[in-house]
Design a protein around this ligand. Structure first.
Ligand code: SF4
Length: 362
């Protein structure tokens, strides 16, 4: 009798042959900046350090910071007077920023510059009396903060619903803006509908979808046809993570979002020879590595790269000013220098959020 040796995987079935690992995946420049900024806050200040909204939408990152004394709040009035507070990467409404400055001792705004760019567009178009269509997800932190910049001029349009309820005062003065983390297809569908309805439509020359969103989706779109299954590491409230799942499904590949390796179900892997793997922009890469280890593909993993990313966002200006002042006062201590290395402020590019998280990991 012919006997075939078959390795069984962790899930007591035949293991997949290979993991195709999407590149780029995981941390974007905005998340890198925000995580490093909050790491500075917890190293410089005595706990608790407050943070308005989750610093990034990832449950592992949030828990790691909670364990070293960060308190996340959804109402700026919950920040005790005089304490340090950070505002999250998703951007905050003008009222929240004002409230933070009135209450807190130190305010560091870790908003991603690409979200700030959309806030500026909203302000500019509202000042010119445009009716603004903002394509986004109701209740998402970024959408809430952006709509609050000019609530009288802006209509939040859910991509799955489209423009049915939108009725501008002047159809020649309509602007179309978007949440940075939408699915590319979702954005294009609304863009097409709006372009047909409003021939004079104003929209940003380059869409508001950020480079990280489009690059990660491009990788998934290309990878999807080569994989039997796609796993997306990221948290439920991460908009760009959810968009990656939808992109794979639109391409005809079954996809599941997982927070970490423990979420993988045996039945998903049954019959899957090639497993595609990616991660949302706020998911730490060690969680991706743990997924590969858990799947334990017989032929290992292979990188599936569609482009390189070089983007870098410096630490928030207020934090740099604060740390520079502190550095002068405590030269030689940790606060502005990492032992054995030159000043971190000068070398922030060489220091990654992954390294930063090592410092806050309990
Ligand atoms: Fe900025 Fe895009 Fe990252 Fe959001 S996903 S933090 S907009 S780079």
């Amino acid at each position: 009798m012919l006997r075939v040796a078959v390795r069984n995987c962790f899930y007591h079935g035949v293991m997949p042959d290979k993991v195709l690992l999407a590149e780029p995946r995981g941390f974007c420049a905005g998340v890198e900046m925000a995580i490093k900024a909050l790491t500075w806050m917890v190293r410089v200040f005595e706990p608790p350090v407050y943070c308005y909204h989750q610093i990034v939408h990832n449950q592992w990152v949030v828990k790691a910071f909670e364990q070293v004394g960060v308190v996340f709040v959804d109402d700026i009035d919950q920040v005790p007077e005089g304490t340090p507070v950070m505002l999250s990467a998703h951007g905050s409404s003008p009222e929240v920023v004002k409230g933070a400055h009135e209450r807190a001792g130190v305010v560091i705004d870790a908003v991603c510059p690409l979200v700030t760019k959309v806030h500026h567009e909203v302000k500019r178009m509202a000042e010119q009396d445009f009716d603004i269509i903002y394509v986004g997800h109701d209740g998402h932190d970024e959408a809430s903060g952006t709509v609050a910049v000019a609530p009288q001029a802006i209509s939040l349009v859910q991509p799955e619903i489209g423009l049915a309820g939108f009725d501008p005062a002047d159809s020649t003065k309509v602007a179309l803006l978007a949440q940075t983390t939408l699915g590319v297809h979702e954005w294009q569908a609304v863009l097409e509908e709006a372009g047909q309805r409003y021939p004079d439509l104003w929209t940003a020359r380059k869409s508001d979808l950020c480079y990280a969103t489009t690059n990660r989706q491009e990788a998934v779109q290309q990878l999807a046809g080569r994989a039997d299954l796609l796993l997306v590491v990221g948290s439920e409230n991460s908009s760009n993570t959810q968009a990656l799942v939808r992109v794979a499904e639109e391409a005809g590949t079954t996809a599941y979002r997982i927070d970490d390796a423990d979420d993988i179900r045996a039945e998903w892997l049954s019959g899957a020879r090639i497993v595609g793997l990616t991660a949302g922009a706020s998911a730490p890469d060690h969680l991706v590595q743990e997924v590969i280890d858990r799947i334990d593909p017989s032929d290992g993993f292979e990188l599936f790269s569609v482009t390189d990313e070089e983007e870098y966002f410096p630490l928030p200006r207020q934090l740099r000013g604060f740390l520079t002042a502190l550095q002068g006062a405590v030269e030689g201590g940790f606060t502005a220098r990492k032992p054995g290395r030159p000043g971190l402020l000068e070398n922030d590019r060489d220091w990654t959020a992954t390294e930063a998280l090592q410092l806050v990991r309990p």
